[in-house]
Design a protein. Sequence first.
Lengths: 193, 193, 193, 193
Amino acid sequence: MKREKPKYKQIIDAAVIVIADNGYHQAQVSKIAKQAGVADGTIYLYFKNKEDILISVFREKMAVFIESLQEVNQENTTAAEKLEFMITNHFRVLSNDKYLARVTQLELRQSNRDIRLKINAVLKEYLEQLDTILEEGVKAGEFDANMDLRLARQLIFGTVDEVTTSWVMKDHKFDLTAQAPKVYQLLLNGIKG
Amino acid sequence: MKREKPKYKQIIDAAVIVIADNGYHQAQVSKIAKQAGVADGTIYLYFKNKEDILISVFREKMAVFIESLQEVNQENTTAAEKLEFMITNHFRVLSNDKYLARVTQLELRQSNRDIRLKINAVLKEYLEQLDTILEEGVKAGEFDANMDLRLARQLIFGTVDEVTTSWVMKDHKFDLTAQAPKVYQLLLNGIKG
Amino acid sequence: MKREKPKYKQIIDAAVIVIADNGYHQAQVSKIAKQAGVADGTIYLYFKNKEDILISVFREKMAVFIESLQEVNQENTTAAEKLEFMITNHFRVLSNDKYLARVTQLELRQSNRDIRLKINAVLKEYLEQLDTILEEGVKAGEFDANMDLRLARQLIFGTVDEVTTSWVMKDHKFDLTAQAPKVYQLLLNGIKG
Amino acid sequence: MKREKPKYKQIIDAAVIVIADNGYHQAQVSKIAKQAGVADGTIYLYFKNKEDILISVFREKMAVFIESLQEVNQENTTAAEKLEFMITNHFRVLSNDKYLARVTQLELRQSNRDIRLKINAVLKEYLEQLDTILEEGVKAGEFDANMDLRLARQLIFGTVDEVTTSWVMKDHKFDLTAQAPKVYQLLLNGIKG
DNA sequence: AATGAATGAGGTTTCATTCAT
DNA sequence: CATGAATGAAACCTCATTCAT
């Protein structure tokens, strides 16, 4: 008996590939089912509807980022080191899964407002981890005590996101992970005390 | 007899309103035609297809940003002052036209890959103006000579864009233009020599 | 230029034929469109949705019955004569349009509760005309003053409907209009004073 | 160990409840299985297919009517008394099982032509019992010798059915069994010699 | 130049039935 | 006998675009 991945995971992974290959609006349920090697109807044993597939893709994949951040946030390192890890990790994960990168940076953003709101809810956890780092850095005197925390968060996330999107749109023509130290330095300059 | 705006402009403006009010996916050509006060078929006398409307919306509205930057780039001010103006101007224009802000920050991004690529082509002019400022600043010793120019551009555009998007998604709950000096300071810290 | 029936009527008539030929559950919108000689989408310029087509079929066709009853109710005849006319007319109209008979007696009754309720609302007008006849007959001493009006209505409608349905289910094997005098006599016996 | 009803009966009863509660078109096999406390697949050990369940429901429940009529038809009473019993019994049985009444009067009639034909075959036995009463009544001089037997049957069944359906559609707002004597009188008037 | 009625392709989801365990 | 996960066919409706007037 062949041991299969549980179908839920199987379908999520198929969705990432289909969306990356065909684009958001051409990612029909039947294509995802075919890629996953299951019948169309089987999808609906594991997901409420198509929207549920898309949000689940994002949630499952973001979990990697969020968990690694939670871990690093519990370690005894400086806030600056944590920030550096966050950036490096972000770039590394997406570098290693170009399908995922295309899906999160380009395709999923084409979804309608409902899905976008649910995706943002997932993203919020990630941003809260970032906030934790920033608060800690301010308390430790590493980061500028007068800076606007929300702006700092937007500075960091906006930059990391823009660099990643740029990398995807330019068909990965530069080495994304190699940008991490430089991005870290620019951002640290911006916020350090 | 009332002198009417030329129909081309009329349709562009109608598109912005319809997209802002209904969202990208609910902005049907017939709605735009109705809002513009013309027949559906008339749209196709001025635009090749729907995609052409959307890109034209972006191009026409971006022109405001680009022109003002071209002007300021020809003035005798420091690169830092130019950067500050760029940020302030960006926030001010979108603050003054909340319809436009919603359309550019949220709605148009839901379009498919083809339209996104064409929108990026329009954006490129804006980013080139930004590059001009950065190069000038490096040459004048205002900005760090060792920094990666592309990263600096992504830092600045990514941050400004993220702050604006955040402001739109939070229903303009904070004063966007008031962020300009703080954003400028954070970014300048990042890149100054 | 060929003068066409207005499309609305054209589609209604096509629906009757398609439903009669294929049965309620096999009467797809595309079949109706094809039969009407229009595109699928054209249907939706004239009807809100499929349900709207079905109810409209019933409403338009019942109008024939209701109007003729309204006319006869305004004439100077006895209630018994009006009743006889009603029965004769009912059988004659359905005898002359076997498609319609199949649709109203068998097919439309397979619809779901929502449609059935709306169909019943249309039917109500017909039954009210019948009530008018009965009340008039009681007042004139033609019909039994002690009878239960609602039951009398159910007696008449139930019988006429059952005879018609029987005729349809037996593939029109007997002459429906020929039943009218006998049915009238049975019913009159039941309710006469 | 609790002695269970045989599964066949269990499933029939579950079907009546599910159809009455959810309506014909929302009575999925899986719902019936759940209500019956068995697995979906188990249904198919006792019934050939869904159609078979529905017809069996009707057949099993009609048996009550048919048996009681067979009994009364063997008694030494007048045809008129038998007719009265038939009407009273019909109303009483359905009054006592409102689930069943909804299912037979409203829901099962939404089924397609095939099922309807098979249901009619079951109904035929009932109508034959009614014919026996009528023939006996004619022979005994109780009923009009000149009347059309088929019409008389349709008069009686159509009226009883219409009264019952009306009662179900009006949510049992009147006392159905209380109608029996009045209905009997109306019908007897119609057919008595 | 302007109209707007007509077109027709294309996709999500349900659910009766099967069959390996 | 019993299970229940898996199957896959099938249809309503929308909307960008055309073209006769």
